[in-house]
Design a protein around this ligand. Structure first.
Ligand code: GRF
Length: 192
């Protein structure tokens, strides 16, 4: 069974959707670690409820991104993590992790990339008055939401306020991410 680590900075509803899928047996994977750069993040409470070991760090207390990524990498290696799954992790991944996990880091983003990359994608889509936005799951590269796209699903947001648009998009995220993750884990099993 593949071993994953989830990286998150905030609420962690996507992380929870993945843990639920694992508990229900619909996602065949083991989550062995949660990594967060926000020691107060709500995702930590969720991790505790699911019995997931977590590692929190304060980026500013390291001299560089390479320094904290090296420390994370030691943990990932000792836990034999196969895949890194970003779920609302609000930082770019640096060279240390990218080169240790080539095509083994996934992200979910709340828009139809390449539209509305970066922060507050839902707010960007609403401000642009588009009637359809969506969700993208992609591999991570050094850019901001620029890696190869794995899957997308559109969501109608016409006449939605922010609350409604967010809840529609999150509902799709929570269904799509575990499913795509399973596909990626299966595929790479076959090609190994
Ligand atoms: C999600 O919308 C995800 O697409 C984006 O950040 C948000 C995280 O939400 N990358 P949550 O912490 O999983 O609730």
């Amino acid at each position: 069974m593949k071993r994953i680590a989830i990286f998150a900075s905030g609420s962690g509803s996507n992380a929870e959707a993945i843990w639920q899928s694992i508990e229900r047996g619909v996602l065949e994977a083991e989550c062995v670690l949660l990594v967060t750069d926000q020691p107060e993040a709500k995702v930590l409470e969720r991790a505790e409820r699911y019995g997931i070991t977590s590692f929190s760090f304060i980026p500013k207390s390291y001299a560089s991104k390479a320094d904290f990524e090296e420390e994370i990498l030691v943990l990932l290696t000792s836990l034999r993590v196969d895949y890194i799954v970003l779920a609302g992790y609000m930082r770019l991944i640096g060279e240390v992790l990218l080169s240790a996990y080539p095509s083994r880091i996934l992200n979910i983003h709340p828009s139809l990339l390449p539209h509305f990359p970066g922060k507050d994608a839902i707010g960007q889509a609403l401000a642009a008055n588009v009637s359809v936005s969506g969700v993208t799951v992609h591999y991570v590269d050094a850019g901001m939401d620029t890696g190869p796209i794995i899957a997308q699903e559109s969501v109608e947001i016409e006449e939605c306020d922010r609350t409604e648009a967010t809840s529609r998009i999150q509902a799709v995220e929570h269904r799509l991410y575990p499913r795509v993750l399973q596909q990626v884990l299966n595929q790479q099993e076959v090609f190994k």
